[in-house]
Design a protein around this ligand. Structure first.
Ligand SMILES: Cc1cc2nc3c(=O)[nH]c(=O)nc-3n(C[C@H](O)[C@H](O)[C@H](O)COP(=O)(O)OP(=O)(O)OC[C@H]3O[C@@H](n4cnc5c(N)ncnc54)[C@H](O)[C@@H]3O)c2cc1C
Length: 379
């Protein structure tokens, strides 16, 4: 056991940190107010290989593993969660193609995605369900060498970027969930206006509408009728990026708390002299330290995993720990700021809005605890 980052990881961490500070930081206000990530940021992140970091080199990826991906994405999210959300959702969709796709599908979709020219999505949630795949109502009807897909997918990240979306629909012949690779903006594909989220501004989020979308049968991902394992994989692997984003927010909140505690004075002395503030700083530091090793470890496990059910349990535990720590640490950092923390011109208020996102997405906290308890009590 060796809890140190490799030389390569330290280098990639520094590259991501430097890029985020130099090129994303000056655009943060614009990202927040326009709820969009400028094209030049997408291009810059692509140059850093962030769109293919854990993907195999054979398909245009960097082959750097999911652990390195977490280390890099944390640094992007430390500055702005919007660009990090785009990469996280993209890596989830692309990872599903890498894991379950045929050679032909991988050759067709992965290189452009790894270069950031196309951005992938993963579409499960519907207006009627976010936690229960049994309630999926989007339909797929076989028609010769094609499938015809109809339905609505809610809250789909990266839905407005061209590229593949791994989409789950109920096969009308066998009643089972099947995964399909759909090319966004094909005939019959349209999107809603963007959702105005509380946090993670700039991260692209829309509903997608599928009206008689015809896709060739060779675009079934994995086996027909066996979409559920792909969905399970996705829900688990999506938590790797989600954790990295929460961790970046936690780190930023930690830094803000320390800076404020040293700068804000009472009777001519910094508030850092109060033990109440010291205890809070220690709490935040401990939450960061514990969370980062849990998040990095999940990345390491993802590099080796063959058993997705086992990984799903690990991912569920990690998500609860990191998302809840990020939220409570950011809340503590806000407390340190007193009323100033409630003012939108103080960065901590944005971090608080960002931290509130983690517990709800990639599976709500309750469902993660149900997964963990089920694996202990009813295995
Ligand atoms: C920024 C963002 C990005 C997203 N990106 C994507 C994406 O790219 N692709 C995608 O498919 N989805 C995406 N989503 C959707 C998200 O993953 C779901 O919204 C989330 O999983 C929760 O589903 P829900 O909102 O329908 O909650 P519900 O499932 O309706 O849950 C609501 C409440 O009911 C409780 N509950 C539900 N079922 C049970 C149960 N069986 N037992 C006990 N309690 C239960 C939950 O604990 C929760 O408190 C995104 C959402 C956001 C906010």
């Amino acid at each position: 056991m060796d809890f140190t980052l490799t030389k390569e990881q330290l280098l990639i961490q520094k590259m991501a940190r430097d890029y985020a500070e130099q090129y994303i930081q000056p655009l943060v206000e614009r990202i927040e107010s326009e709820n969009a990530v400028p094209k030049e940021v997408i291009e810059g992140l692509a140059e850093l290989d962030l769109f293919g970091m854990p993907m195999p080199e054979a398909y245009g990826g960097a082959g750097a593993g999911y652990d390195t991906y977490v280390v890099a994405l944390e640094q992007i999210a430390r500055i702005s969660c919007g660009p990090a959300m785009i990469i996280s959702a993209h890596t989830l969709g692309l990872g599903a193609i890498n894991n379950f796709g045929t050679e032909e599908q991988k050759q067709r979709y992965m290189p452009k995605c790894c270069r950031g020219e196309h951005i992938a999505s993963f579409a499960f949630t519907e207006p009627g369900t976010g936690s229960d795949p049994k309630q999926i109502t989007t339909t797929a009807v076989r028609d010769g060498n094609h499938f015809v897909i109809n339905g609505t997918k809610r809250f789909i990240s990266n839905g407005t970027y061209p590229g593949p979306v791994v989409l789950f629909a109920r096969d009308q012949e066998n009643g089972k969930i099947t995964a399909f690779i759909v090319e966004k903006f094909c005939e019959g594909y349209s999107v809603s206006k963007p959702w105005e989220k509380v946090g993670w501004h700039g991260g692209d989020l829309v509903d997608i509408y599928l009206k008689n979308v015809r896709i060739p049968a060779e675009n079934v991902l994995g086996e027909r009728g066996y979409g559920y394992p792909i969905l399970q994989y996705g829900i688990a692997f999506g938590k790797i990026g989600m954790n990295a984003i929460a961790l970046g927010t936690l780190l930023a909140a930690y830094e803000e708390a320390v800076t404020y505690a040293k700068e804000k004075t009472h009777r001519g002395e910094p508030i850092a002299k109060f033990q109440t503030i010291q205890l809070r700083i220690a709490d935040i530091a401990m939450k960061y330290e514990a969370s980062r090793w849990v998040a990095y470890r999940l990345g390491c496990l993802a590099n080796q995993t063959k058993d997705y059910a086992d990984f799903a349990r690990e991912a569920a535990m990690a998500k609860v720990i990191v998302a809840e720590n990020a939220f409570s640490a950011t809340r503590i950092a806000l407390d340190i700021h007193g009323s100033y923390g409630l003012m939108t011109d103080y960065k901590i208020s944005r971090l608080y809005r960002d931290a509130v996102m983690g517990p709800q997405i990639e599976g709500v906290i309750d469902m993660q605890k149900i997964i963990v308890a089920g694996s202990i009590l009813f295995k």
